[in-house]
Design a protein around this ligand. Sequence first.
Ligand SMILES: *Cc1c(COP(=O)(O)O)cnc(C)c1O
Length: 238
Amino acid sequence: MPDDERYNDIEQNINEVREKISQAAVRAGRNPDDIHLMAVTKTVESRYINHAISCGIDLIGENKVQEFLSKEPELNLQNCKAHLIGHLQSNKTKKIVGKVDVIQSVDSVSLANEIAKRSLEKDIVSKILLEINVGNEESKFGFDYDEIYERVCEISEIEGISVQGFMCVAPICDDKKVLRHIFSNMYRSYLDIASKKINNVNMNVLSMGMSGDYCEAVLEGANLVRVGSAIFGSRNYR
Ligand SMILES: *Cc1c(COP(=O)(O)O)cnc(C)c1O
């Protein structure tokens, strides 16, 4: 068994994150049980991930198709689901469809079509989230905030996929008020689309908030937060 500091910190880190999520939920008048904690495992080695799973993590998020597929045989995923949360290139779609429970990072209609095509080939329906570029940042992937309704309608018509909600990555920002404003816009849009009852669209998931801003996201309505470094420590990119 590995016995290093990083490994030993994981359990306490998870407990601390859960505690903060609960506090933010209570502050917002929400039930803490309604917020799902995802452990983001990019660059994290399998033994650390399995340890997090043994500490109660039941959802992990990976950014890259190849990295997930190479770690997958070593992971104890019997009681833990995996989502893809990073930008997906069309030519990798075939490899990931059917391998993860949800693809959160659908950022174009053409990608949605490609996922649908590969899903139909495998005789499955893939659950997807639409990634929204909330900050309208040029550097970020995702649909423009202003075109959400049109794109949801367009994508809802595609057979082989099922929209389950939205995902976003907030801009890097130290101002908590600005962050809360962004997250609250996302939440409003999420409720708005849900209220339209579009065929084949089930608004169940609002995935927002990372290590630096998950409390603000929970305060504003997130029901899935994606936390990496606050659980596993800061990342070593090789
Ligand atoms: C890396 C990543 C996260 C987690 O980031 P941390 O700051 O380490 O918590 C969440 N979502 C996406 C899409 C990511 O790429």
